[in-house]
Design a protein around this ligand. Structure first.
Ligand code: ZN
Length: 502
């Protein structure tokens, strides 16, 4: 009975947070500019309502009774995991005082607006006071949550349970030592032709092709939609309704196409959650008060990177499907072969902008951000010194001079919105994607499917290994069960070496 009450209370939290997701999706795809201020208040009210249910007396009472009921069950039973997940989430929320959360919510709106204006004028000094407040506030969050080795650990664990700076650093060092020479070799080769990527590609036909491509890889349009957004993202309102977005540039074909594949990878994850986890705490991120089925930010990113890069940027994929693309754009691609297209979308060239980076340089962009944000959180680097530190790292790592702060320290939204500690999950996603893909490819059905352009066996494999578990297991438990080992950069490096090494 206690467990039933706990399930009912958890369902209410999930309902409210799914409503927040709907308001968020709308704000980023449909809402006119005039809606901004009131939408912010609506989301804040609903989020605090969800927090109130989690931390309220009814939940605490139900949780205590539910514990008694499930205590004798095996440690990994879903009922026990559900109770434990809520208990841990509640403990984290209890550690962060309400006034601190309120201050963070207010600052987020203010700082984000200041960031948009400062980036447009490349004016770091205008943004600096907001960034100082934002980092100071995140340090207070870290201290409230608690940490042992480094304050950054408390922040990164919000997005990737169990992850610490001490675990990230050797992983980064292993990647860096192989990426740097690979980038040098790739840069020494002549660039393939890319002229055809920048021809005139009507957006309505790009949209139609993105739909074709996402259907091909198994995104279920009976339980999902594809829309346009300035910054592509995926968000779900339960497994039965998963929204993905892309952004199309009329004179640059790859942007919209690969964004759609990337978000479809996130979408397959959410659509693949076991139905019995619906509306439960195992499809809810209590710490971040966010309705989501995926086990962590990093594991989520592994699914999008797997589809975008391991499948979508492979030679095999374009050998099979380039004719479809040429059917969509017969004039634009009349003089282009599948191989030329594949080479063009895999060009390695260091650039200033993270979101435009190729596979080899992407992780260096992440390492730069992680080292800098960890140093600021620890008090080893001041916000005032960030632009110079950024420029120095870009020079050392990628050999590039940063011409202005808009293309340097001001380029990402993360720090203005309080997402300090989330950057590592992009690289963790790359690493886990290759670990999972290496095992999946050994399955004859998956290998045969990839050979034939049938992605159902791969989707079913990922569903079995990753998607269906929702948040009933920790990301590293899922990884271990699927691959037989923990986090390991070797398969990722072997893939990059094979693809870009010669
Ligand atoms: Zn993503």
């Amino acid at each position: 009975m206690g467990y039933d009450r706990f399930v009912a209370e958890s369902g209410r939290v999930n309902d409210v947070l799914n409503a927040v997701n709907l308001l968020t999706w709308d704000a980023r795809t449909q809402m006119p500019a005039g809606g901004t201020a009131s939408r912010g208040q609506q989301i804040a009210t609903l989020t605090s309502l969800a927090r109130g249910i989690v931390t309220g007396p009814a939940m605490r009472d139900a949780l205590a009774a539910a514990w008694d009921e499930v205590a004798a069950e095996p440690e990994d039973s879903r009922r026990r995991r559900a109770v434990a997940a809520m208990q841990e989430g509640l403990a984290a929320l209890d550690r962060i005082p309400e006034p601190l959360l309120h201050e963070a919510a207010l600052l987020k709106t203010e700082a984000q607006a200041a960031w948009v204006a400062a980036r447009a004028r490349s004016d770091f000094p205008a943004f600096r006071p907001y960034l100082e407040r934002s980092f100071a506030l995140q340090r207070r969050v870290a201290d409230a949550l608690g940490w042992a080795e480094h304050p950054y650990d408390a922040l990164v664990a919000q997005y990737e349970p169990g992850m610490t700076l001490g675990r990230l650093r050797p992983l980064f060092a292993a990647l860096r030592s192989r990426l740097v020479p690979l980038i040098a070799r790739a840069q020494a080769r002549p660039a393939p032709r890319r002229d055809f990527l920048e021809r005139d590609y009507p957006v309505d036909r790009q949209k139609a092709f993105a739909r074709t491509l996402t259907e091909l890889v198994g995104f279920d349009y009976g339980r999902g939609r594809l829309d346009e957004a300035v910054h592509p993202f995926e968000i779900s309102f339960t497994r039965g309704d998963v929204r993905i977005t892309s952004r199309y540039r009329p004179n640059f074909l790859p942007a919209g196409l690969f964004a759609a594949l990337h978000e479809a990878g996130h979408g397959l994850y959410e659509q693949g959650i076991d139905p019995e986890l619906g509306r439960s705490v195992l499809a809810t991120d209590i710490v971040n008060l966010y309705a989501v089925g995926g086990a962590s930010f990093g594991l989520h990113e592994s699914q999008s990177r797997l589809l975008e890069n391991r499948v979508g940027r492979s030679r095999r994929f374009w050998d099979l499907h380039f004719p479809l693309l040429r059917d969509a754009f017969p004039q634009q691609l009349a003089d282009v072969s599948a191989e030329e297209f594949w080479r063009a979308v895999n060009l390695v060239r260091p650039g200033l902008i993270r979101v435009e980076a190729d596979e080899l340089t992407y992780d260096l962009h992440i390492m730069l951000r992680v080292e800098l944000e960890a140093a600021v959180i620890a008090g080893d680097l001041t916000v005032a010194d960030l632009p110079a530190a950024w420029a120095g790292r870009m020079r050392d790592d990628l050999g590039l001079e940063v011409p202005d702060d808009a293309r340097g320290v001001l380029q990402d939204i993360h720090w203005s919105t309080g997402y300090v500690g989330s950057f590592p999950t992009y690289t963790l996603g790359n690493v886990m994607a290759s670990q999972l893909f290496a095992v999946a490819e050994r399955d004859p059905a998956v290998a045969g499917g990839l050979e034939a352009g049938d992605y159902t066996p791969l989707r079913l494999w990922l569903n079995q290994a990753v998607h269906r578990h929702g948040r009933s297991r920790l990301p590293e438990e899922i990884l271990r069960a699927a691959t037989g080992g923990g986090l390991d950069p070797a398969p990722y490096l072997a893939y990059l070496e094979a693809k870009h090494g010669s």
